[in-house]
Write a new protein. Structure first.
Length: 218
């Protein structure tokens, strides 16, 4: 039996008296690739935030890598969770591609040499080493997403959460990103949970799919 990476039992989330998630239960095995699909307003992003611990559950429980979300043990291992959001942040100040990736190791207790190795290895793994000196604000959506993935890889994650990562990409960049995710999953056994309502993404082979409607799995 595969080890569980995520286990959700009877999850409810309320905001201002409105129930956003209604009794969700889900198990994601380590190494799985899962897409949570559904229309806007279905509760997909709220589910991701609950897994990240940003949104508190009003009932039910979430275990990530064997630890209850919000517990002291979970907090200690939180770096093992990488998060890539949809490309919607517009940055005007001068920051390079390498500096964006460095964010992934800035809080880790590592020596300078180890941090440098992780940055270089992560950028090579996703094929964005050539973006080190480029200004982030001038990059395409696909290039920015590669840097976001490299930032996550620096953390040496076991779980990668992706919230509509293809929303700003053209078809070619979308295909390249999905190919890259497949390679990272297969090489590193990196568990992936992606939120999407992108028809091209939903047609990808070898991804499990869970459909959400009105805060519940359909």
């Amino acid at each position: 039996m595969s080890e569980e990476c995520i286990r959700i039992d009877g999850l409810h989330v309320q905001r201002e008296g409105v129930e956003i998630l209604r009794g969700l239960s889900l198990t994601v095995a380590c190494g799985d690739r899962l897409i949570v699909a559904g229309p806007n307003g279905a509760g997909k992003t709220t589910l991701m935030k609950a897994i990240l611990g940003v949104v508190r559950a009003s009932a039910g429980r979430i275990l990530v890598l064997g630890q209850p979300v919000g517990s002291r043990e979970w907090s200690r291992g939180r770096r093992r969770i990488g998060y890539v959001n949809q490309e919607s942040v517009h940055v005007d100040f001068p920051v390079s591609g390498r500096e964006v990736v460095e964010i992934g190791v800035c809080s880790l207790r590592l020596g300078k040499a180890e941090k440098r190795r992780r940055i270089e290895d992560a950028m090579a793994a996703v094929g964005c080493s050539h973006l080190q000196s480029r200004m982030y604000a001038r990059l395409s959506g696909g290039e920015k997403q590669k840097l976001s993935l490299a930032r996550c890889l620096c953390q040496d994650p076991q779980l990668l959460l992706l919230d509509e990562p293809t929303s700003s990409l053209d078809p070619r960049s979308r295909s390249e990103l999905m190919d890259l995710l497949r390679v990272l999953n297969e090489r590193h056994r990196l568990t992936m949970v992606m939120v999407s309502h992108d028809a091209q993404v939903l047609s990808e082979p070898e991804w499990k799919i869970e459909h959400m409607e009105a805060g519940a799995f359909a």
